[in-house]
Ligand binder design. Structure first.
Ligand code: FDP
Length: 301
């Protein structure tokens, strides 16, 4: 049964829409320094571009206008940003996923998710609030800055897709209670690293090739995940010999996308367990991920 957004989440969603519209303007207007390397390295070792900082500021400013948000945890910040110690929710953000794509006029996205704090309002915010399992998310989504502006979100088992209409100046719902197809139309992986994959992943890729499954890889997670959602398929960022825990961040990328994918009837695993069941040990931890159509049985995922 469809669960309607409660009023507080509705307010947060309204701000997220404003953020998406504003950030798309920034990306489309491309000031010459938008992709300048700030020489800052983020907590997981990636270069921070100007666009990451602009997006982070835009989101923090907008969210600080909502008293219910206790804190934001961001891929770009080592520690949580406390907004209101008595607030009720913790918001996680990847301000711009795929920011290195902007230089090449490629797609990128903003990923977010929401948790209820576990501590009482009069207690200090702590790891028990920040390091919750993905299954504790109450709402998650992404904004996709592609050939059009798209917003996807899930709340419990309902996943919805919206597209921005420039004439009406609003997001219009294009899919309600969306479900992913179980066919494997595409697989998305950086196959350049294949020498560093384990045998299980190598075999999986051999099987995909035998079945003539098309490979796509855009360099922006959101663009690949959106393709998989619409057409069916699987996105893989497995462990490699030099990155045993993969590259993608549990709190900012894997958990929100797993929540969305599972709401759409798909799967998300780290190769051993359901992503949403992983107990986070630190804010910036990474995990391998296999996410998409439910092909677990056929390919033993
Ligand atoms: P980026 O480093 O440009 O931010 O989240 C990280 C990410 O992009 C994903 O969007 C993308 O799918 C992946 O990394 C690409 O990593 P590889 O270059 O290692 O394939």
């Amino acid at each position: 049964m469809k669960k309607s957004l409660n009023d507080e989440v509705e307010i947060i969603l309204k701000k997220i829409k404003e953020i998406g519209i504003n950030l798309q303007k920034v990306i489309y207007n491309i000031p010459s320094d938008i992709n300048e390397n700030t020489k800052i390295i983020n907590p997981t070792g990636d270069i921070t571009f100007n666009i990451d900082l602009i997006a982070q500021k835009e989101i923090t400013t907008k969210m600080s206008q909502i008293p219910q948000i206790a804190a934001i945890i961001s891929e770009e910040e080592l520690k949580p940003i406390i907004l209101n110690k008595k607030g009720k929710y913790i918001l996680t953000i990847d301000p711009i996923d795929g920011s290195s794509n902007v230089e090449y006029n490629g797609s990128c996205g903003t990923i977010f998710s929401l948790y209820k704090r576990k501590s009482q309002k009069d207690q200090e915010l702590s790891d028990k609030d920040y390091l919750q399992k993905g299954k504790d998310q109450i709402f998650a989504g992404y904004i996709f800055y592609g050939s059009s502006l798209v917003l996807v979100y899930a709340i419990e088992k309902n996943m919805e897709i919206f597209q921005y209409n420039y004439e009406k100046k609003m997001f219009i719902k294009i899919h309600e209670n969306f479900k992913i197809k179980n066919n494997l139309k595409y697989y998305c992986i950086n196959e350049g690293y294949s020498n560093h994959f384990n045998d299980k992943v190598k075999n999986l890729l051999q099987n995909f090739k035998k079945e003539n499954i098309s490979l796509r890889y855009s360099g922006a997670l959101i663009a690949d995940i959106h393709r998989i959602l619409i057409s069916g398929g699987i996105f893989l960022y497995p462990s490699t010999t030099n990155k045993q825990e993969g590259k993608l961040r549990l709190m900012f990328e894997n958990n929100p996308l797993a929540y969305i994918m599972k709401a759409a009837g798909g799967i998300a695993t780290d190769g051993n367990i359901d992503v949403l069941e992983i107990s986070p040990k630190s804010l910036h931890q990474t995990t391998p991920i296999f996410i998409g159509s439910n092909i677990s049985q056929k390919y033993n995922l």
